[in-house]
Structure formats: C-alpha cells, structure tokens
Design a protein. Sequence first.
Lengths: 141, 141
Amino acid sequence: MFSQACKYAIRAVLYLAVHASEGKKAGVKEIAAALDVPKYFLAKILQQLSRNNLISSTKGPSGGFYLSGQNLEATLKEVVECIDGPDVFNSCILGLPVCSSENPCPLHVQAFAYREGLHYQLKHQAIGDLAKRIEREEQKI
Amino acid sequence: MFSQACKYAIRAVLYLAVHASEGKKAGVKEIAAALDVPKYFLAKILQQLSRNNLISSTKGPSGGFYLSGQNLEATLKEVVECIDGPDVFNSCILGLPVCSSENPCPLHVQAFAYREGLHYQLKHQAIGDLAKRIEREEQKI
DNA sequence: TTAATAAAAGATTTTTTTGTCTTTTATTAT
DNA sequence: ATAATAAAAGACAAAAAAATCTTTTATTAA
C-alpha cells in the first residue's frame, strides 16, 4: 500500500503532532531514535514534507521540526500524496490502465471498498485530532 | 498493496482460468501478449506458481500452462501469498512490528476493516467461480 | 561576532525489484 | 530416432527504492 518512505513520513508527522510544538521542536536525531528509523533517510523525507508546507522547521540551535497550527489542520492524505504521489488512492489494484466503476477489473469492487474506507479517514480527519486520539488511547507510533 | 509480480500473477491465473484448459494450453508468449506484460518476467512468475502447484504446465509441443480442476478450486489468496509472501494480509500498514487489535497502531482500525474485506473475498472465492463471473460480466483482465 | 547547532542540499552507495537473455530439459509429432 | 517446441533453470542487466555520507546554509546562544 504505502512505500517505506511514506510509512516513515506518517509516523514522523504523528510523532511531531504528539511530541513537538513551536516551543519544543524535535530534531531528526530525536525522531529517528524514537521511531527506530534510519536517520539520514528520515531527514530526506522531512525535507520533502517541509518544502511542501506539511511540517515546519527552523535551522540552528534549538531548531528542529514541529507542526504549526496550520500543519495540524492538514490531513494524512496530504502527507501520503506528498510522498507517494497523487495516484495512491485511485490506481487500479491490478495495475490496469483503465479500471473504474463503469469498467471494473475483477477485483475492483472489493479493492475500492477497502481503499476508499481508508482514504476517507485519512482525508477527513485532521492530524491534530488524530494526535489527540493517539494520546488518549496511548497508542504506539 | 501488491508487488508488480503479484499483479501479473493474479492476472495470468485469471487469464488461464478463462482462456485455457487441459485441452487448450496457453504458452507464456500468448499470455504475455494478451495481458501486455513483459514475457520473460512473466515466465519466472509462472514457474513459481507452477512449482507451488497453483497452476499446471507441460513442456514441449502443444505444451503450455493451464489450470487443473484442483487449481480452479484454489483461491487468489494462495496465489498472492505464493508471490508476495505470507504476511501481505496481516502486516501493519505503518510497518510496526507489533500491531494488533489489542495493541493497534493509529491506522489499525481503518486499515484492518477494509483490508479484511479484500482478504475475505480472495480467501473464500474459488478461482474457477471468479472466472465465471469475469466471463459473465465480460470483465477485462 | 563567533562558535556551535541543526536543517537543507547534493552526491553516492546499497539493496530490492523488475526485466532480459541464454542454456538445459522434457515432450511430442513426424 | 529426430527435429521442433515450450517450459525450467540459471545468469545477468537495468531501474527503482532505500539508506548513507558530506558539504552548505541559516540560526542562535554565549
């Protein structure tokens, strides 16, 4: 479903939502250690998210990454599409160039339901709200 | 979700279910052309399926691939797991080593609910029955 | 204003996946 | 028996994804 980079991206964003803020930024080193993820690879991913204004960062001492108020209102759908491209949620599960409700591949109905449910959640839940649930239910990231 | 090899495998098996039989085998060349898929790569995939008794084959003139009665009773779940490994349907969508209903990752509920739907179909529908529907509804493979 | 810090950027390497080509083995029709 | 056929197997190449290392740039605290 998601590339490795995308999985790291989602987890990093959720980590920032829960553990960081403008007054308490988190560095690559901290995030990579907390998530047990390759540091330099994560750095690249964070840069990409930052360039696309999905996360915020400042350089220098006491610098690092965090989510601004605006960032917290974004959704994971945007994060996912930033890393894995815009077709993640609507490409055919069998890779057929034409596959739609009108012209469905043999797995279309099932695959569509599966992915659309996930898509819906990622699209309609703000990252900030998701973070609250994670804290409330003490979920691992 | 599925690797490229797995997508080819599913499509090839369905092609065989619809277009081939013990009396009318299909060669790699025919299948690759019909599905517009790289020939030599497909050959490798068919070999793997054959070694695992998910498809049948015979060498030599008028040889090729087909599905035996037993093969038609198998499911796409078996095909998928033969190519992509046994964890496709129960590994965490975020790649966390521990993620279950008791100890869910932040996306577990959504991912599980919807993936399980796909899993259920692939697990409980025989390839032969699926092929009948494909013919009935004239679906592209 | 300087040294230390940490992200940004660029270049490179490693690993995995995908795709190709060649040789061998089995089968069958002549 | 033999030639033709087609899968099986093995070796190889290309592309993509994942991971690493180095240099540059911006910031800030002393």
